[in-house]
Write a protein that binds this ligand. Sequence first.
Ligand SMILES: Cc1cc2nc3c(=O)[nH]c(=O)nc-3n(C[C@H](O)[C@H](O)[C@H](O)COP(=O)(O)O)c2cc1C
Length: 188
Amino acid sequence: MKAPVVVGITGASGAAIGLRVVEILAGMDFPVELVVSRAGEKTLAEEIGPDALSARNLRPHPIDAVGAAIASGSYPTSGMIVAPCSMRSLASIAYGLADNLLSRAADVHLKERRRLVLVARETPLNLAHLRAMTAVTEMGGIVMPPVPAFYLKPKSVGEIVDQIARRAVDALQIGPPSASAWDGGGLA
Ligand SMILES: Cc1cc2nc3c(=O)[nH]c(=O)nc-3n(C[C@H](O)[C@H](O)[C@H](O)COP(=O)(O)O)c2cc1C
């Protein structure tokens, strides 16, 4: 039995990326422990639809359930991805606030030295955002903004979402890489 991956969806734009991450992990036979912030529920409803979670049979942990297993370092996991990650959640994680189940689970991944991938989404960035990204990086977390790989010539938003989600899953290093890769394009 594989140890689960914790997936957090917060209130940054790009809820589809989080849903795609969950689908990709399920396709790899990884159990998923899902946590959605209150703002994440709003962006899911706004960007996907009011039944974004229920239509996919997804039942996230309540965001205030700080006693859930994933809040403890004694509970084994295969890593954690927050996609998309808002600047509020980024700051909470960067400064160890552990003020809800999502930021506590991320805090656990950092303290246990497990992989933590934050698909941090905002633009432009202010100094607080950049300092928080630096702090997370210094602690071993991976900050991975959802930037399209234009060199792959994506034909749809769905392809862009898929590529970003696959890169985030690949960053956990829990299976063979599945994101499309630059092949040199005859430029070498
Ligand atoms: C439609 C919508 C889009 C948003 N996009 C972003 C975003 O891209 N990045 C961000 O940091 N916050 C964004 N926000 C604001 C966050 O939702 C807000 O800061 C919230 O407090 C984040 O809380 P959370 O980290 O608990 O999810 C957005 C809000 C809405 C309603």
